[in-house]
Design a binder for this molecule. Structure first.
Ligand code: KIV
Length: 280
């Protein structure tokens, strides 16, 4: 059964209605379909695809073309959830004009409903201009993977009072710039709660504790499909990697032993046709 498309208003209203938002990543058509069928509010085509789908070391190398390619596939599968396209590193960092142009490309060429970009106070002007161009923006603060090196690696952020206060200021600056929601990543749970309380838009956490307005996880981590590393804040709901490896291995054994394909996997030919064929 198809459901109504989640709107920006639905996402904003979730906070006042005290309804927790459910967000996952998706990078292709089958995962778009599954996220839709599972009934999530938001599917994020995250630049985490660089690591979990493309096998890169970080998100830094992901390009606009990579993002558009994957967004298109997810959009084909995701009819109910809002689809958000991540703006890759250096697609919005050079100038505001460049940021607006590239946000527009994700919407026009990719077909997603909104864009996400990393950064707080420093990117508030950029966010404001994209929003004024008519493109909904989701912010991303705390641990920002594209610039993790300058943050000291993939570490929890907002440890001391000054750093924590700066993250709350980031949230407020993004709200003032017009974002419809904010991702907050890898911060102490009490800071997640304070950040969520300090703005009127939903704050969606990943490694930010339970007292935020919703949660997001990288699907490939959550279902045990990617095992290069699993962050502390991930809960694994399935382990599908060994199941897939076992299936491929069993197929290989069947091919080698000749038990696959069996009669039910083969096309037959009428005896008369075969006889004529052989007589020639
Ligand atoms: O790229 C991504 O998947 C993300 C999530 C971790 C929020 O930004």
């Amino acid at each position: 059964m198809s459901r109504r498309k989640t709107t920006i208003l639905d996402i904003k209203n979730a906070k006042t209605e005290n309804r927790k938002l459910v967000m996952v990543t998706a990078y292709d058509y089958p995962f778009g379909l599954m996220a839709d069928e599972a009934g999530v509010d938001i599917a994020l085509v995250g630049d985490s695809l660089g690591m979990v789908v493309m096998g890169l070391e970080s998100t830094v190398e992901v390009t606009m073309e990579d993002m558009i390619h994957h967004i298109k596939a997810v959009v084909r599968g995701c009819k109910g959830p809002m689809v958000i396209g991540d703006m890759p590193f250096m697609s919005y960092n050079i100038s505001i004009e460049q940021a607006v142009t590239n946000a527009g490309r994700l919407i026009k060429e990719g077909g997603c409903d909104a864009v996400k970009l990393e950064g707080g106070v420093d990117f508030a002007d950029t966010v404001g201009r994209i929003v004024r161009a008519g493109i909904p923006v989701q912010g991303h603060i705390g641990l920002t993977p594209q610039t993790a090196t300058s943050l000291g690696g993939f570490k929890m952020q907002g440890k001391d009072a000054d750093a924590a206060r700066a993250i709350i200021e980031d949230a407020k600056a993004l709200e003032a710039a017009g974002v419809f929601s904010i991702i907050i990543e890898a911060v102490p749970a009490p800071l997640g709660k304070l950040a969520a309380e300090s703005v009127s838009v939903p704050v969606i956490g990943i490694g930010a504790g339970p007292d935020v307005d919703g949660q997001v996880l990288v699907t490939h981590d959550m279902v045990g499909l990617f095992d290069r590393f699993t962050p502390k804040f991930v809960k694994q709901y399935a382990k599908i990697r060994p199941t897939i490896i076992e299936a491929i291995r069993a197929y290989g054994e069947d091919v080698k032993s000749g038990t696959f394909p069996a009669a039910e996997h083969s096309f037959s030919m009428p005896e008369e046709t075969l006889a004529i064929l052989k007589a020639r």
